[in-house]
Design a protein around this ligand. Structure first.
Ligand code: GAP
Length: 439
């Protein structure tokens, strides 16, 4: 295929994904009824469910599934001294350029010509560093001491609780701290749907090791990250490792690998793995008594970092599929049952037959809902329309109660990917679904 045709197909794919996300209640533009707010998105019912499943899968593997990890949920507002010590006040900035004619602002490192405005061809002004932290004032005071920042990374919430965690749990090295939460960056040019936002969510681990062992644990975490991506269903063929050159690394990192992903808009960062050395603990004047070695040390840090929103985007791109059915294009999301926002939908074949509705509601929907939670009731439109809707939500199984059910207590279960249907006894449904969730 020609280069421009590939680009067109990819743009087309991105448009289809954005529109599906809105149509099916996953993601909406932030503050939409007031014209939107750049770089913010609101999550609808199925988007929240998908994000929760991703976060739970992460917590289960990296916290509950281990003996050496301690969870944290730190405040988003932090004392500004945290960000002075971490180097963010001085160094967390992007190069900014403003057009003298149309006043639009751009990131200089993303322009092919730093003299001419890409929008109006006007003259661009000189470049300056723009700090990406959102500042606000705390309390009623208006002086500079009252300035606080919304955290631009969750990491510092863990470093500042390092001593609390050590004092409370007495962990032995190596051990880690883990946190999931919002982060905020005043991005100059938010773009590409969920990819670059001003408010987003991170899942981060700070893994503390003895200095001489960092390389071993760096490799270890690289494999763990890859394994988790596969577990949730990210297409690993689209993921590429990039050894980030020194000049592009964050100020705290001595080695970084970016896991890049083939998004429809190009190959860009998905997650990152950094060796933060003892940079943060040292700057916060924190140390650790290594009882095994009989000395006081400053542990070194390996940081696997994951963006929740980019995980959602990469996952949707990975599972989006189309096929032809009866001359019609069908689009569907091939989520794993363990990650899908809805695990099964229950329908009476006809909604104007009270005996079908009653059976479907009391004998199928209610017990499945009580067991799995992620169960939808769908009696809107004909069966074909319901299947199309559930396909787009990515529901792996559609269960239909028909007239045979009333006599033989079996239902039709339709598989989302193959469209095949089988009869399953109602009494077997819980086991059937449980066996699929574990995949
Ligand atoms: N604590 C290290 C850190 O924050 P980062 O590479 O700047 O490193 C970590 O961010 C992850 O957060 C990224 O790999 C990405 O998944 C996500 N992320 C960063 N900036 C983002 C943005 N503006 N919008 C959405 N996700 C973002």
């Amino acid at each position: 295929m020609k280069k421009e045709n590939i680009k067109e197909t990819q743009n087309d794919l991105m448009e289809k994904i954005v529109s599906l996300c809105k149509r099916r209640g996953f993601v909406f533009q932030g503050s939409e009824i007031y014209g939107g707010l750049g770089g913010t998105f609101d999550w609808g019912h199925f988007g929240v469910a998908l994000k929760n499943n991703i976060k739970q899968a992460w917590w289960k593997k990296f916290v509950d599934g281990r003996r050496d990890m301690y969870g944290v949920d730190a405040a988003i507002l932090m004392n500004s001294k945290v960000w002075e010590a971490s180097g963010h006040v001085a160094g967390f900035s992007d190069p900014l350029i403003e057009c003298e004619k149309c006043k639009k602002r751009f990131r200089a490192d993303q322009l092919s010509d730093i003299k001419k405005c890409p929008e109006c061809e006007g003259k661009l002004g000189s470049m300056r560093q723009f700090n990406m932290m959102f500042a606000t004032k705390i309390g009623a005071m208006e002086d500079s001491a009252a300035t606080v920042y919304l955290r631009p990374e969750t990491a510092q919430g863990m470093f500042v609780n390092f001593k609390n965690t050590v004092d409370a749990f007495h962990p032995r090295l190596p051990f880690g701290m883990a946190q999931i939460g919002k982060a905020f960056r005043n991005e100059i040019t938010p773009r590409d749907f969920l990819f670059r936002q001003r408010e987003f969510e991170q899942m981060e681990i700070e893994y503390f090791v003895r200095q001489g062992t960092w390389e071993k644990y760096f490799e270890y975490w690289k494999d763990e990250m890859t394994e988790w991506m596969q577990e949730i269903g990210i297409d690993i063929k689209r993921v590429h490792e990039l050894e980030v050159p020194a000049e592009d690394r964050a100020h705290y990192s001595s080695r970084t690998i970016d896991f890049e992903f083939d998004y429809p808009f190009g190959k860009k960062e998905l997650f990152g793995l950094a060796y933060r050395t003892d940079f943060d603990l040292k700057n916060h004047k924190l140390d650790y008594i290594d009882e095994e070695m009989g000395e006081k040390i400053v542990p070194h840090v390996i940081e696997p970092t994951f963006g929740v929103d980019r995980a959602v985007l990469a996952l949707i791109v990975s599972v989006y599929a189309e096929d032809q059915k009866d001359g019609e294009v069908r689009s569907y999301l091939k989520f794993k049952p363990s990650i899908a926002p809805v695990i099964c939908a229950v329908s009476p074949l006809l909604k104007n037959k009270p005996e079908l509705v009653e059976y479907a509601n009391t004998k199928v929907f209610a017990p499945l809902k009580a067991e799995f939670g992620r169960v939808a009731w769908d009696d809107n439109g004909n069966i074909g329309k319901r299947y199309r809707r559930q396909d787009e939500i990515g529901t792996p199984f559609c269960i239909v109660v028909d007239f045979d059910t009333l006599t033989d207590n079996t239902v039709t279960v339709r598989d989302r990917d193959t469209g095949e249907q089988e009869r399953i006894p109602v009494a077997e449904l819980k086991n059937y679904i449980n066996s699929k969730i574990s995949i």
